[in-house]
Design a protein around this ligand. Structure first.
Ligand SMILES: Nc1nc2c(ncn2[C@@H]2O[C@H](COP(=O)(O)OP(=O)(O)OP(=O)(O)O)[C@@H](O)[C@H]2O)c(=O)[nH]1
Ligand SMILES: [Mg+2]
Length: 526
């Protein structure tokens, strides 16, 4: 409870969180086994984090041109799970299975060429069966500020006509939204989409809290699009936390050997994609419904006996998806960390710029003053010695000399100093890297992310802005960066450490007994 005594921007967050936590514990020792309590805690932490972004980071980000829209615009909506995969890999079937109704169209061959955001919508009567209660088009979805998709407008009309919203009264959607995507195709057909598919995927991946990538046994090697879209857009450190690989439709493998071959091919391709030697966890799943409907339920017919030895990791996947709100907290924490870090670097550079320019102007004005006084004195004495002016009247001499010195100093300041300051400003604009120390990779990375914004701000203001305002903004952001971020991490760690409050990492699930941290297929226990 040490955290409670600290005085940080997060004092309120921590107090609120732990206050409720302790209150609940006192009332009911078993509260953590109760999903509702856990959801409430996650929700209050989420609200506080958004509050922090809205009140501490966004105003500063907008003031200095770091962001054009408030930073929270893209993160304030509900947690999202993005579902990617080859065409016909079973994305829509998986979604329908989880929702408990046929909400998305399914079928062999490329079926759906739209991005569908599926979110919670209340039905008129509680008895109504699960289904779509409201449907809206892409124009609405891209224009309504309630949703975080305004940034996707840049992908044009063709994309807008392939983007839609469905509200479904399925309890599965109470705390999250799913995004179904058109299947990945090969590069030739890709050109006909009419919008840049990979960029759209990249933008959606950035706001998604969890990304499922589905493969099926027929196309286990097709990872080109997934590779380009995700590796280029997701920050490297969040890639592994956010992405879940799924080998779906495994019931269609002819035998265990067939499955192992497919699995091996997929592992090889994934290791090429991730650039790592270790194999990411791959979930092995199939849809019992689809399997029966397609008449390939060879497990029941006894043909496909190998399925008896494997866990269908459908439930594991479901549990992972339902953990999306928890991933959202992690992502929000990373979001705050990244932006606080970059913003503080930007402000540090602006503060250093202003300090340097003020120091330069001060130095120049002192030099100008000394030079003006010297020149004025020399001039007055020169005129006296050459007899151009008469007797040495000290008042007249002092006044005349002072006047000349003042004129010279004003000329110095308005012409020489202004010229030299302009030259210095241009020099800094040409090589801004010297504004702050760049002694490690983290600093170099954050600097690369804000260099353009720093230059833009200096160009727009012509280098004229208040030093004390920048310094005070810098100090506040540093407080968020150093203390606030640490406290968020501590709060998240403690949340995970409390007994009865399991945190499923992407590789974990409660219901399935086999350790899912292993990367091999999940064998059933005897
Ligand atoms: N046997 C079997 N068939 C499946 C499974 N999952 C999906 N299918 C079938 O595979 C076909 C394609 O499934 P969809 O869910 O439409 O696939 P999709 O990935 O949404 O396809 P696109 O939207 O076209 O990219 C459908 O006919 C499904 O019935 C499965 O686990 N086993
Ligand atoms: Mg589909």
């Amino acid at each position: 409870m040490l955290l409670l005594t600290r005085k940080f921007p997060f004092g309120r967050l921590i107090q609120l969180f732990y206050g409720r936590l302790l209150g609940s514990l006192a009332l009911d020792g078993t509260c953590f086994g109760d999903g509702m309590h856990r959801e409430e805690y996650i929700e209050s932490l989420r609200t506080e984090l958004l509050d922090l972004v809205e009140h501490h980071l966004s105003p500063v980000a907008i003031r200095y041109g770091y962001a054009e829209t408030p930073l929270e615009t893209n993160i304030k909506w509900r947690p999202q799970v993005l579902i990617l995969g080859n065409y016909s890999s079973g994305k829509s079937t998986l979604i329908n299975d989880f929702l408990g109704a046929k909400v998305q169209a399914t079928g062999q061959a490329p079926t759906d060429d739209s991005f569908t955001v599926i979110t919670w919508g209340d039905s008129d009567s509680p008895e109504e069966s699960i289904g779509v209660v409201e449907e809206r088009d892409g124009k609405f979805l891209l224009g309504d500020p309630e949703y975080p998709f305004e940034g996707l407008k840049k992908h044009g009309q063709r994309f807008a006509s392939h983007f839609r919203l469905k509200k479904v009264n399925s309890p599965f959607l109470k705390n999250l939204a799913l995004i179904d995507t058109p299947g990945m195709l090969d590069s030739v057909t890709e050109r006909d989409r009419g919008y840049n598919y990979q960029e759209v995927i990249g933008d959606l991946a950035q706001i998604a809290d969890l990304i499922l990538i589905l493969f099926d046994p027929h196309k286990a090697g097709t990872v080109r699009e997934a590779h380009t879209s995700l590796r280029d857009t997701l920050p490297a450190r969040t890639f592994e936390d956010r992405v879940v690989f799924v080998l779906n439709r495994i019931d269609e493998c002819a035998s265990l050997i067939d499955l192992l071959q497919v699995y091996g091919t997929l592992c090889w391709n994934l290791s090429q994609m991730t650039g790592r030697k270790d194999i990411p966890t791959i979930r092995l799943t199939y849809s019992p419904n689809a399997s029966q409907n397609s008449g390939t339920d060879r497990e029941a017919a006894g043909e496909n006996g190998f399925l008896h030895f494997l866990d269908n990791q459908r439930d594991t996947l479901k549990a992972s998806i339902q953990e999306a709100p928890r991933y959202r907290l992690d992502n929000l924490a990373s979001f705050v960390e990244t932006h606080a870090d970059r913003l503080s670097h930007m402000l540090e550079a602006l503060r250093n710029y202003r300090r340097r320019m003020l120091k330069f102007r001060l130095g120049s004005s002192v030099l100008g003053l000394v030079a003006s006084l010297g020149l004025a004195a020399a001039g007055v004495f020169g005129l006296m010695f050459t007899g151009i002016i008469g007797g040495p009247d000290p008042v007249l001499l002092g006044g005349g000399g002072g006047g000349i010195a003042l004129v010279l100093w004003i000329l110095w300041m308005t012409i020489v100093t202004r010229y030299l300051a302009g030259r210095k400003h241009r020099k800094i604009m040409n090589s801004p890297d010297h504004l702050t120390p760049l002694d490690n990779q983290t600093r170099r990375d954050s600097w690369r992310a804000v260099t353009a914004e720093v230059k833009d701000f200096l160009r727009k203001t012509d280098g004229k802005f208040a030093l004390n305002q920048v310094s005070s903004d810098f100090n506040n952001i540093v407080l968020v960066r150093d203390n606030g971020c640490r406290e968020i991490r501590e709060a998240l760690k403690e949340l995970d450490g409390i007994p009865g409050m399991p945190h499923h990492s992407v590789g974990d699930a409660e219901e399935v007994p086999v350790s899912t941290q292993e990367s091999g297929p999940a064998l059933k226990r005897a």
